[in-house]
Design a binder for this molecule. Structure first.
Ligand SMILES: NC(=O)c1ccc[n+]([C@@H]2O[C@H](COP(=O)([O-])OP(=O)(O)OC[C@H]3O[C@@H](n4cnc5c(N)ncnc54)[C@H](OP(=O)(O)O)[C@@H]3O)[C@@H](O)[C@H]2O)c1
Length: 303
């Protein structure tokens, strides 16, 4: 069944999904932050999806935040720290029976969105797809992964219209009833890898190859295990360092998104990664000195 999806956050992931939703026959409207962005989009009138040297144009609509409703299905793909400010001008136009999906790294912003929008159903999604913008609204699909999505709030309706209609050969979408656990797993790995690659200015793989860096990652992971034990969260079969090491090796040649943000002097999602971990630790009466030091160092030296 075709649906109408509004997309808030027309960057890499937002354009990737805009293109695939349009390709699957859905109506898509991008919510853009300013008249200037709308002019830039209107000059093109489409999202361009580049994948393995092919280019496809998907004509979609665009609007400004104060004039975009009524919204029945909303996909939020801003960076975590932009979620609430981006949502605010749009919130009153979201139907009470709408489906809202927050697709982001980190934790905290999804829950803030669910609290802000209650009792509207809010879903969270976590993706390992890779995408980057070659130009505004021109997205390069750089690596095919998997997206898990599941309800954060007490969902009374099923997630409408995403799964079967979305071309499975291009984007893999898996329903996940324990999405919070999946978000925690991703958070743990992000806490282990991203801040350290930013700290050492290195590729993911170097964290496993250099003994000093590996020891540092082990200390960070031991504190993650300590917190998870206190919160009664079983994320992995073994200790977090095993999982972090295997991910760092598998993505060895990559520069983490946090390191890329630091290098380009962009704001990082640190507050929703290590910052969230420290907040949960504080609530549980724990201190995590290695993670705290890393957080404070990166707060001082980056945006
Ligand atoms: N890219 C990837 O490969 C990838 C993979 C896995 C997970 N993720 C996660 O997915 C999330 C999105 O990442 P991304 O790479 O797609 O980021 P991005 O390219 O920076 O896109 C974010 C978009 O949000 C828009 N935005 C911010 N505030 C807004 C507002 N008030 N109103 C309307 N639009 C607003 C920005 O608009 P402007 O252009 O106007 O600033 C930007 O286009 C992040 O949490 C990231 O960690 C990304």
């Amino acid at each position: 069944m075709a649906a109408h999806w509004h997309i808030l956050g027309a960057g890499s992931i937002g354009c990737l999904w805009a293109a695939h939703l349009a390709k699957a026959g859905h109506q898509v409207t991008l919510i853009l932050r300013s008249p200037e962005r709308l002019d830039t989009f209107n000059a093109k009138g489409a999202v361009v999806l580049e994948s393995e040297d092919t280019h496809h144009y998907y004509p979609v609509d665009a609007c400004l935040p104060d004039n975009c409703g009524p919204i029945s299905n909303l996909l939020i793909t801003t960076k975590a720290y932009d979620t609430l400010p981006a949502l605010e001008p749009v919130a009153s136009q979201i139907r009470q029976d709408a489906c809202v999906v927050v697709m982001q790294n980190g934790m905290g912003a999804q829950q803030e969105a669910a609290t802000r929008l209650a009792p509207i159903n809010v879903w969270a999604a976590s993706t390992t797809d890779g995408a980057w913008l070659k130009a505004p609204f021109h997205v390069v699909f750089a690596g095919s992964g998997e997206t898990k999505a599941g309800p954060l709030s007490q969902a009374t309706t099923a997630l409408p219209a995403i799964p079967p209609e979305l071309t499975p050969s291009d984007l893999t979408l898996v329903a996940d009833e324990q999405i919070e656990l999946s978000l925690w797993r991703k958070l743990a790995i992000n806490c282990a890898i991203n801040p350290l690659t930013a700290f050492y200015d290195c590729r993911n793989g170097e964290l496993t190859e250099d003994p000093e860096k590996f020891q540092h990652m082990s200390r960070v992971c031991a504190e993650i295990d300590q917190l998870c034990q206190q919160l009664n969260l079983q994320l992995f079969d073994g200790p977090a360092i095993q999982q972090a090491e295997s991910v760092a090796r598998a993505t060895g040649a990559n520069f983490s998104s946090m390191l890329q943000d630091v290098r380009h002097q962009r704001k990082t999602e640190l507050d929703y990664i290590t910052g969230y971990l420290l907040q949960k630790a504080k609530q549980a009466g724990l201190t995590l000195p290695e993670n705290q030091k890393l957080y404070e160092h990166l707060k001082e030296t980056t945006k």
